[in-house]
Design a binder for this molecule. Structure first.
Ligand SMILES: *Cc1c(COP(=O)(O)O)cnc(C)c1O
Length: 230
């Protein structure tokens, strides 16, 4: 199978724009990690990114992560896989086995299951708490008003290695307001990692302090449309 033309070029462009946005904000480009979101894309289309040196990837489904990534780890040392989608408790053991970072810790029940899986397996992927900054009923994430208490429980009750926060702003609102809100919650909780910004708004996110941007379409091209969450 021939790789989709342009992936390596797209990747180079995104990297250049990340560096430009960081410098414009007076930040060191090395402070911003590009998470290349490879969900729905087969390995043949991900390969050009690996060949171009990309090592940090994001998947939103545990099953897809398991199908695609373990076989690539041997060939591409230094791979770092982030789970960026909702995590069901019955998938926690698999997620802990296959992922290096879990960006979608969003409820006490999940935190409890993760803590047990960490004890059982000895693996401790870094955790980010997903905040539903737009308070959208259909979207995952802890509400902003409950974030401080949940973060405290994640650390003190469940003992999770929580390193930061993640958000997905409402698609029809100015993302900067949501990025600023996430930054404030992280700052007052002493958290260094901010995962925010996608293909359409990662430069804005970097201006507001993103340490991780999650970019799919701008690197790998459009995905087939998904049915809206109901
Ligand atoms: C799909 C997805 C992305 C990437 O979105 P693009 O618009 O394709 O860059 C980022 N974050 C999450 C949580 C996603 O599910």
């Amino acid at each position: 199978m021939i790789a989709e033309p342009g992936t390596a070029d797209n990747l180079a462009l995104v990297r250049a724009r990340i560096a430009g946005a960081a410098r414009a904000a007076g930040r060191d480009p090395a402070e911003v990690t590009l998470v290349a979101v490879s969900k729905t894309k087969p390995v043949a289309l991900v390969r050009p990114a690996l060949d171009a040196g990309q090592r940090v990837f994001g998947e939103n489904r545990v099953q897809e992560a398991e199908d695609k990534w373990p076989a690539l780890r041997d060939r591409f040392p230094g791979l770092h896989l982030h789970l960026i989608g909702p995590l069901q408790t019955n998938k926690v053991t698999s997620a802990v086995a296959v992922c290096d970072v879990i960006q979608s810790v969003d409820r006490p029940k999940l935190a409890r299951h993760l803590a047990r899986a960490f004890d059982r397996t000895g693996r401790r992927p870094d955790c980010l708490v997903q905040v539903n900054t737009g308070e959208e009923p259909q979207k995952a994430g802890i509400l902003p008003g409950e974030a401080d208490a949940f973060l405290k429980d994640c650390r003190e009750v469940y003992g999770l290695p929580v390193r930061g926060l993640m958000c997905i702003p409402p698609f029809d609102e100015e993302p900067a307001l949501h990025f600023a809100l996430l930054r404030d919650i992280a700052a007052r909780n002493g958290l260094p990692v901010l995962s925010m910004g996608m293909s359409d708004d990662y430069e804005t996110a970097i201006r507001l302090g993103a340490t991780h941007v999650r970019v799919g379409t701008a690197i790998f091209g459009a995905r087939p449309p998904v049915k809206p969450q109901s």
